[in-house]
Ligand binder design. Structure first.
Ligand SMILES: *Cc1c(COP(=O)(O)O)cnc(C)c1O
Length: 359
């Protein structure tokens, strides 16, 4: 299938325009010269509408597009207190005239008590988002199932309360992982391939930071639909082992969902699985805890080409890419695009999140 046909199929879905698309795509001239590969950035961090954006805005366009059709008035989402996704959904709600509500957790053993508003939380405050705050004690954010249950119960109770008052509420899971949204990143893939062509380049690899599994399914679906030979490499910021909260089978299922939604044939699971390559070596000590490689990556990209990564996601992802280049897993001369999914608001977080980026 060609890209016009992909566009046509996606255009049949409800969508509320929120971001500025296509997002920019450009070469990193200085970093490329230093490493002997052609680095490109796809700038989902510049998706808008605010200056600090990210990859969740694409999801929000489709989720909110459907929500508006269904008469939704309130969107309830959740995440860690510094969530990029939550902030982008709140922004999207404001654009669409819906009321944003966020349930936020904070591991106080790791990040201390909340004493000031910074980063994404500050932006949520400025937008006057209805914030519900739940301190947690220790443990990886994702795997604390009892804490998670408390949040789920609280969101369901708030939804019921709103609906008793005659409103209609939609709950969007962590990371914007709602089935209406996954198709959004098929468009990211399409834009990226077309933009690379205008540079006279065929991409060999697309790297990105993998967490809640919302960008990769759309990218894979579009690749399978169009038959492009590019390979995906995901650098994880949380575990992707079988049976874990996130894992390869979740991605496979979401790819199947997107293809089904667009009414195109779904290949065998092995075909989808073969597109997935997750490297878990760059998680560092824990989620939202800075890693030395991540700090070095933030500094290297900023000093080389003046682009800022965020400490929680994109720094760790880019650190993985740089490691693969240095070790030869990315062959010299390759054309590599890194999906800059955002996270720059987190540069203004507490030092326990940011690390020592300003040496
Ligand atoms: C959510 C997020 C990710 C991980 O995203 P998935 O595509 O859901 O795996 C990566 N980077 C940033 C900045 C994010 O906010």
């Amino acid at each position: 299938m060609d890209y016009t046909e992909l566009d046509r199929l996606v255009a049949t879905l409800p969508r509320k325009r929120i971001g500025f698309y296509p997002t920019p795509f450009h070469r990193l001239d200085n970093l490329s010269a230093a490493h002997g590969v052609n680095f490109f950035l796809k700038r989902e961090d510049m998706a808008g509408p605010g200056t600090l954006s990210g990859s969740k805005t694409r999801l929000a366009e489709f989720i909110i597009g459907q929500a508006l059709r269904e008469g939704v008035t309130h969107v309830i989402s959740q995440g860690v207190y510094l969530t990029n996704s939550g902030m982008q959904f709140a922004t999207a709600c404001r654009v669409a005239g819906l009321t944003p509500i966020l349930y936020l957790t904070r591991d106080e053993n790791r990040h201390g008590e909340l004493t000031e508003y910074r980063g994404n939380l500050l932006l949520n405050k400025i937008m006057d988002v209805e914030l519900h705050y739940q301190p947690t004690r220790g443990g990886a954010y994702w795997d604390a199932t009892d804490e998670q249950q408390k949040v789920t119960d609280a969101m369901n109770a708030r939804k019921a309360e709103l609906e008793a008052q005659g409103h209609k509420a939609l709950i969007v899971p962590t990371g914007g992982a709602h089935p209406y949204g996954f198709v959004g990143h098929a468009l990211t893939f399409k834009e990226m391939i077309e933009q690379a062509e205008t540079h006279g380049v065929g991409l060999d690899y697309v790297y990105h930071t993998a967490g809640t599994g919302t960008a990769l399914p759309g990218l894979i679906a579009a690749k399978l639909m169009t038959g492009h030979p590019v390979r995906f490499r995901s650098i994880a910021i949380c575990g992707y082992q079988p049976g874990g909260w996130m894992n390869v089978e979740v991605i496979v299922e979401r790819v199947r969902h997107i293809l089904g939604l667009l009414g195109v044939p779904v290949p065998a699971d092995e075909v989808i699985r073969a597109e997935i390559d997750v490297d878990e070596r760059f998680i560092g000590e824990d989620y939202a805890v800075p890693s030395p490689e991540g700090v070095a990556a933030i500094r290297e990209l900023a000093m080389a080409d003046g682009v800022f990564l965020g400490p929680v996601y994109t720094a760790k992802g880019f650190a993985g890419l740089l490691d693969h280049v240095r070790s030869g897993r990315v062959e010299p001369g390759s054309n590599v695009a890194f999906l800059h999914t955002g996270d720059t608001g987190n540069l203004f977080e507490i030092p326990e999140v940011v690390g020592n980026v300003a040496m």
